[in-house]
Design a protein around this ligand. Structure first.
Ligand code: ATP
Ligand code: MG
Length: 357
């Protein structure tokens, strides 16, 4: 007996690849990526408050079968970009296409090929976890039997078996998040938009979701996700677009972004605060930017073009000057360093502010 869900998926996949050979050809000729956004602008003008340029000339290219992360601080425009690409709002200007299909003029077609999990879980509070997923399947006309089967698979995949027959209004934040993510996968979409998918998930669920995303991408799904977590972008994304004030300020692989801000970092940890000025002078002589000094003035760091050469030079001079060290080392810049350099503020500091407020 054939499996109706697998059957449906395989029909959908073959229709997709037939259409693909045409559309991919056109895309190839036009040098277009799978998701393309050009110069998107969206301004909100709240009553009695200054206008907010949520998107201000945002352009983006996402190749098929890859994960692209939109990384940016609170208010950067990540959710607004996702809303435009998923047809939830219209931009004031600019264009966006998915697989060559215009998100503004062909919304129905776009909605049939995408899965979306928004920043805030959109679930029916009065239905159980299972019923929520089953309902989505029926709304997509999967049919009763296939909808139930898909709901059962997803309940298992997202580790919600215990909770599946309880109304969602009694779910914890992380359980809601998981049901919402499962909902985005009901139709096995070609493109998955995930707005801060792991915010509020415990470490085990977060690793589980990373694993699910990795498997989907290996099967050809294209994923655009937003995140505040540099580690998440580092771990999952083929490509990272750093967003600030409604525009992309840098795009590249994690390695490209890290090397774009200048090679490596040399760090020193001093025994005595009294040696701080002398150590800063040494670091300044090898650095490509001003040395950073911790508030207790005993941990110093500087970015350098060539890590090993700079570290040797620093250690030689430290010894000649009689400076005592607890530790000295070299490391590649983190994405947090990239963020700091590009935006003038740290992404994690932004997180802290959010938590404190
Ligand atoms: N409906 C709206 N009305 C007014 N302003 C809005 C609206 N939606 C978004 N904005 C503003 O647009 C800017 C971008 O918001 P957006 O939600 O896209 O940011 P974000 O990068 O997703 O932030 P976060 O990390 O906090 O989710 C913010 O200044 C926000 O206040
Ligand atoms: Mg957001």
């Amino acid at each position: 007996m054939t499996d109706p869900v697998l059957d449906l998926i395989s029909k959908e996949r073959s229709a997709r690849s037939a259409r693909h050979s045409d559309v991919t050809g056109v895309r190839y000729l036009l040098h277009m990526a799978y998701i393309e956004a050009h110069d998107l602008a969206k301004t909100y003008t709240p009553k009695g408050a200054p206008a907010v340029h949520a998107l201000d000339g945002l352009s983006l290219s996402v190749p098929q079968g890859t994960v692209t992360a939109l990384l940016g601080p609170n208010g950067a425009g990540k959710t607004t970009a996702v809303k435009v690409l998923t047809t939830l709002i219209r931009p004031d200007s600019g264009t966006a296409t998915i697989d060559g299909i215009d998100v503004q003029t062909d919304g129905d077609q776009i909605r049939r090929m995408i899965g979306v999990s928004g920043q805030y879980a959109a679930v029916d509070e009065n239905l159980t976890g299972f019923e929520n997923l089953d309902m989505i399947g029926r709304l997509y006309h999967l049919g009763a039997k296939a909808s139930r089967r898909r709901a059962r698979e997803l309940i298992e995949l997202f580790d919600l078996t215990e909770a599946q027959n309880r109304p969602v209004k009694g779910f914890s934040g992380g359980m809601r998040r998981r049901i919402d993510l499962a909902g985005a996968l009901v139709i096995d979409p070609q493109v998955l938009f995930l707005d801060e998918p792991t915010t509020g998930l415990d470490p085990r669920s977060r690793l589980g979701l990373w694993d699910i995303i990795t498997r989907l991408v290996a099967q050809g799904t294209t994923v655009l996700l937003t995140t505040q977590y540099l580690e998440e972008a580092d771990r999952l994304a083929d490509d990272i677009a750093v967003i600030d004030h409604g525009t992309v300020i840098a795009q590249g692989t994690s390695d490209e972004l890290k090397s774009s801000i200048g090679g490596q970092r040399v760090e020193l940890s001093l025994v005595s605060e009294g040696d701080s000025d002398a150590a800063v002078a040494i670091l300044r002589s090898v650095g490509t930017a001003a040395p950073e000094v911790s508030s207790d003035r005993r941990t110093l760091a500087v970015t350098v073009a060539n890590g090993p050469t700079a570290l040797q030079a620093v250690l030689g001079q430290v010894e000649r000057d009689g400076i005592r060290l607890h530790d000295a080392g070299m490391q590649r810049p983190t994405l947090d360093d990239v963020f700091l350099q590009l935006t003038g503020h740290s992404a994690s500091a932004d997180d802290e502010k959010e938590k404190a407020s």
